[in-house]
Design a protein around this ligand. Structure first.
Ligand SMILES: Cc1ncc(COP(=O)(O)O)c(C=O)c1O
Length: 476
């Protein structure tokens, strides 16, 4: 039998050993795929045992790779909420495509350094092509699309704020916030994703500078926004940015995009669209109208690792303002390779410096499924979510959100308390049958189920409906 090399030799073992290791990984992934539906979505975790197993690795002696891989796989199997499970109806993390997983592997193995175009022309051009494709579907002129892949939506949104500050106040870049004649303030709906608070903290505008505008039917109330901007201006503050959420995290609400674009035009404010997961709808001709108006935003966030079903992390910031982006991230050094005419260096046009090839997993997935393959999957999710709404309503639940996106929020009409809904979600999760979460929408308690995995079948929806009904019965 072949002996696995350990120690430094394990960095690049002989081909036979490497082949065996890959076979082991392929076998493991096959087993995962075959068995996942039969496992608990969210296994109960014994924290002490988990820490003991991990703590036993003191790294004093090399370990055999097959044993380590088996042990880590077992940890992942038993101490992970399985987002790849067909009954994971949770955060917006669909089961990744197979091509996405292959893309991650190839990206890791080739390991192109995407900081400088000249180091990774193939990778840089693939990402630029993808950004033009996504931007084009969202309604930007494809040839004008600039931006970057990001680690996720939070980084893309942060990029949008940096761009907005830089564009609004040209002295901000060099002199910072103290060059501004007052306090900048930005606006997002009360239902928006609250990374805005961390972004405000990090950019120095401060958390209090984020105005969470009340909603009307879970969508930003534009009239209220208009009044708030006027009040802030009267108070000496400096409004600069409105964020329209195109698919709120909790309920899939889409802010009134045209109305907000009109308002921003009238008030001289920038508009950013946070379409972290909703933006994927642009790939379907049937769903795209829900995003009408998004093309009027100065910048757009779209996460590939959400509804485009590639492994984490891959987000994107899209804009047509190449000049503003270049101004925001400009830097020159003696140690980076010289730029190449007619190309853009990612390190001078985005927040990251060393950069992993995040776009490959999306490129492979899109190339193999085709745009229409994606549309089929997205529309299927939307249809299954409609079926779920129907099945829940038929068994006495109240559907409390209205969205074309596959986010289903539902409440028990017999007990509207948060405690009750928290307990129901806990009970479903603990049963291992499905994963859902409790939410608060407009101050009211509900349960939330996202239908986003290509593995989910109508039978899985039936199982979810039975699980929530069993939990409700048990709580009665
Ligand atoms: C609307 C929205 N924006 C931003 C984010 C943050 O994205 P990420 O977790 O990829 O950083 C999320 C995450 O759920 C989201 O739903």
């Amino acid at each position: 039998m072949d002996v696995f090399p350990t120690g430094r030799a394990s960095f690049d073992p002989p081909q036979k050993s490497a082949d065996r290791l890959w076979s082991q990984v392929v076998e493991l992934l096959r087993d995962e795929r075959e068995r996942i539906a039969g496992r608990d979505v969210s296994p109960a975790v014994d924290v002490q045992r988990l820490r003991a197993v991990i703590g036993a690795y003191d790294f004093d002696r090399p370990a055999s790779p097959d044993a380590v891989i088996d042990e880590v796989a077992e940890l992942l199997r038993t101490a992970t909420v399985h987002t790849t499970h067909p009954r994971y109806f949770g955060l917006f993390n669909p089961t990744p495509t197979l091509m996405g997983v292959v893309g991650e592997t190839l990206a890791a193995a080739f390991n192109p350094q995407l900081a400088a175009w000249s180091h990774a022309p193939a990778a840089a051009e693939i990402e630029a092509h993808l950004l033009r494709f996504l931007g084009g579907r969202l309604g930007y002129p494809p040839e004008a699309v600039a931006g970057s892949f990001t680690s996720g939506g939070a980084e893309a949104n942060m990029t949008a704020v940096l761009l907005a500050l830089t564009r609004t106040w040209p002295r901000y870049g060099a002199e910072g916030l103290r060059a501004l004649p007052g306090r900048p303030v930005m606006y997002a709906s009360a239902e928006s994703h609250l990374a805005w608070l961390k972004i405000a903290h990090a950019t120095g505008i401060g958390r209090d500078a984020v105005r969470l505008v009340p909603t009307d039917g879970l969508r930003m109330d534009a009239a209220h926004l208009s009044r708030q901007v006027a009040a802030d201006r009267a108070n000496g503050d400096l409004p600069f940015l409105v964020v329209a959420t195109a698919g709120t995290t909790a309920a899939g609400a889409i802010d009134p995009l045209h109305e907000l674009a009109d308002l921003c035009g009238d008030l001289g404010l920038r508009l950013h669209a946070d379409a972290a997961y909703g933006g994927a709808a642009a790939l379907s001709d049937r769903l795209r109208p829900a995003l009408d108006g998004i093309e009027r935003a100065d910048s757009i966030t779209l996460d590939a690792h959400k509804w485009l079903s590639v492994p984490m992390g891959a987000g994107a910031l899209l804009s047509t303002d190449a000049e503003g982006i270049a101004e925001t991230f400009r830097v020159t050094t003696s140690y980076m390779p010289a730029d190449v005419p007619d190309t853009v260096d990612p390190y001078t046009s985005s927040q990251q410096w060393s950069r992993r090839f995040m776009g490959l997993k999306l490129f492979l997935s899109l190339a193999v499924a085709g745009r229409e393959g994606y549309a089929e999957q997205l529309e299927r999710d939307a249809r299954l979510a409609d079926d779920l709404r129907g099945a829940l309503a038929a068994t006495g639940w109240r559907i409390v959100n209205d969205t074309p996106l596959p986010v289903v929020c539902f409440a028990d009409p017999d007990d509207s308390t948060q405690e009750h809904h928290d307990a129901l979600a806990r009970s479903v999760v603990e049963s291992g049958r499905a994963w859902i979460s409790p939410v608060r929408l407009d101050g009211r308690a509900a349960l939330r189920a996202c239908v986003i995995s290509h593995r989910t079948t109508p039978e899985d929806l039936n199982e979810l409906v039975q699980a929530v009904n069993d939990a409700r019965k048990a709580a009665a």
